[in-house]
Design a protein. Structure first.
Length: 218
């Protein structure tokens, strides 16, 4: 669907200031063609809302299973969080800041600045995923694997599920960055960035939730 919207927009050449935003960054990709203004944007937001609801239900189920299993027997041995987890958390929280700066630059019609902040967000997201791989390697190096004990199983399950969902957001960011730097998005950029930002902030909040669960419910 995203490609259909993008292809339906006029190709805008690169200018120094507002190449992607012919109307100062406030363009609506729903204009023209007899479609009521805002229809596509509302459709994207509704779809994203349903997707986030599904993800929330999944992690609520994980949380319930985690809490119930932790109290069933004495084989529960809490996993000590490696220090790298906190560095990863810092990178992910920083990516939320750069994403918000992306939106502000977008609303101001600052094409180059918007693209730079967008690229920084993608880089921080990639750093987080690489860091998570490092965390799993550290744990395995200390003999803590998926099947070591119930606590380690849930640690891998929760963190890997989050990483998989974050990867989806990262791929969307990389697509937008690639197309934006080649001036191939036009006014549709606003809708794509806004919807991706909603997903990205949700993933950041979800990670903080997982971290608190693993830290306090031991």
């Amino acid at each position: 669907m995203a490609e259909a919207i993008i292809r339906g927009q006029p190709q805008v050449g690169g200018g120094a200031g507002r190449g992607d935003f012919p109307d100062g960054g406030l363009g609506d990709p729903d204009r023209g063609g007899g479609v009521p203004p805002g229809t596509v944007r509302r459709t994207y937001r509704t779809g994203m809302g349903l997707a986030l609801l599904g993800i929330s239900m999944l992690f609520v189920a994980f949380t319930s299973a985690y809490i119930v299993r932790s109290g069933l027997s004495n084989d529960w041995q809490p996993v000590e969080l490696p220090p790298l987890v906190w560095w990863n958390t810092g990178a992910l929280l920083a990516s939320s800041i750069t994403m918000e700066l992306t939106r502000r630059a977008l609303n101001s019609g600052l094409r180059a600045q918007c693209n730079r902040w967008l690229a920084a967000t993608a880089a921080l997201g990639l750093a987080f995923l690489v860091g998570q791989w490092g965390v799993w390697r550290q744990l395995s190096g200390h003999g803590i694997f998926l099947d070591t004990n119930p606590s380690s199983s849930f640690f891998y399950l929760l963190t890997a599920s989050h990483a998989l969902h974050l990867l989806g957001g990262l791929l969307a960011l990389l697509y937008i960055v690639s197309e934006a730097w080649r001036y191939r998005l036009g006014p549709a950029k606003r809708t794509l960035v806004e919807v991706t930002a909603i997903y990205w902030h949700f993933m950041d909040g979800l990670w903080v939730y997982i971290l608190l669960l693993l830290w306090f419910w031991r």
